[in-house]
Design a protein around this ligand. Sequence first.
Ligand SMILES: Cc1cc2nc3c(=O)[nH]c(=O)nc-3n(C[C@H](O)[C@H](O)[C@H](O)COP(=O)(O)OP(=O)(O)OC[C@H]3O[C@@H](n4cnc5c(N)ncnc54)[C@H](O)[C@@H]3O)c2cc1C
Length: 406
Amino acid sequence: MTTQQSIVICGGAFAGLALALALRQGLGAEIPIVVADPMLANRPSRDPRATAIVAACRRLFEALGVWDEVAATAQPMLDMVVTDSKLEDATRPVFLTFAGNVQPGEPFAHMVENRYLIEALASRAEAAGVDLRATAVTGNDVRPGGVTVSLADGSTIEASLLVAADGARSKLRERAGIATHGWEYDQSGIVVTVGHERDHQGRAEEHFLPAGPFAILPLTGRRSSLVWTEKRAEAARIVALPDEEFHTELEQRFGLHLGEVKALDKPRAFPLQYFVARSFIAERLTLVGDAAHVIHPIAGQGLNLGLKDVAALAEVVVDAVRLGIDPGQADVLERYQRWRRFDTMAMGFATNTLNVLFSNESTLLRSVRDIGLGLVDRMPPLKNAFIRQAAGLTGEVPRLLKGEAL
Ligand SMILES: Cc1cc2nc3c(=O)[nH]c(=O)nc-3n(C[C@H](O)[C@H](O)[C@H](O)COP(=O)(O)OP(=O)(O)OC[C@H]3O[C@@H](n4cnc5c(N)ncnc54)[C@H](O)[C@@H]3O)c2cc1C
């Protein structure tokens, strides 16, 4: 391998930028790291959404020096309640509660607004010397010992490894002939930020309604981010409603426990799907983040899975380079795939099962799941195990997810 060969990352959103920073930190300036994405021209990002970042991924951001930039705007989740009822039920009994810490003083998750996180990642990557190019990847030709990556601005880059962090509709995955296994749900997630009169006290709420989960996720100030699941046609109808009628639908589900509630931005519906790529690697190519897998947002784990890919791939690549091994070599990429594919399939299975169990009108199933939730609620060790699992702290955890630098 020649040391001039770059590592090129196609896609400069969460997964791509976090990987670039991790590689730069672990490899120094020895190997140029390039991130290409036309969206890099649109900085600062105006993405109005927010994401639940679990403890392990917060530790990764801390290790990458990004957490300090977003900490002031991040809302810790101090506890969580789960209810299970019909839309028209007068009350929503709480079946399960989780206290929010994985260890004293460390919440199991924070809500982070996407625009702050993307900007913090991009500016930190730039300052660290990552080569950010506001252009698309248009081609990749594998040749002996490397890959030639073509960009839409007409330039080419000689690389030892190309990383596809180009999202669910990854062209690189398609061009490599990697099939996916999965399906479309007949559900969309309506996302909207709301303001309310009373403080949420850092509480997250998951209301299981027959159409799917209605999640109220706390943001700083008297604001919350909603992920509200409905059948696709119903979601399209709801987001197109005039403001007053939308407000009625919102209030019916949100309730008045936090006082008057009001939408602060335009609600948007995201069609939901599930897939896992049949392979996370091809010759001189690896997939990370949504390019490799997309799961139901029922447990708020999609990006967190992607960040685990990032931490594992960065560790595998840095370890290889330190041993003088070509990071694009097949056995290096195999190590990454072995590490990540099983965990991804397990999370996909868990989120699909939760969705099947909870997104339906069956009275029998409702009784069974409510007994299950009640039992879990009475078993603190089991609850703690769930919290640690949800926080990404179980299994073979990559160093960055423990907060250790590479
Ligand atoms: C309703 C909803 C709620 C969610 N809530 C959560 C949550 O609470 N917690 C959580 O962990 N996850 C959540 N997720 C999932 C999360 O949003 C995604 O997993 C995450 O955004 C994926 O990030 P990514 O960087 O892999 O891909 P993306 O964000 O899709 O980025 C891909 C990037 O690649 C670029 N690109 C595409 N093609 C090219 C090309 N040819 N050349 C160069 N660049 C290219 C695009 O411009 C884009 O910037 C949610 C998802 C939905 C739908």
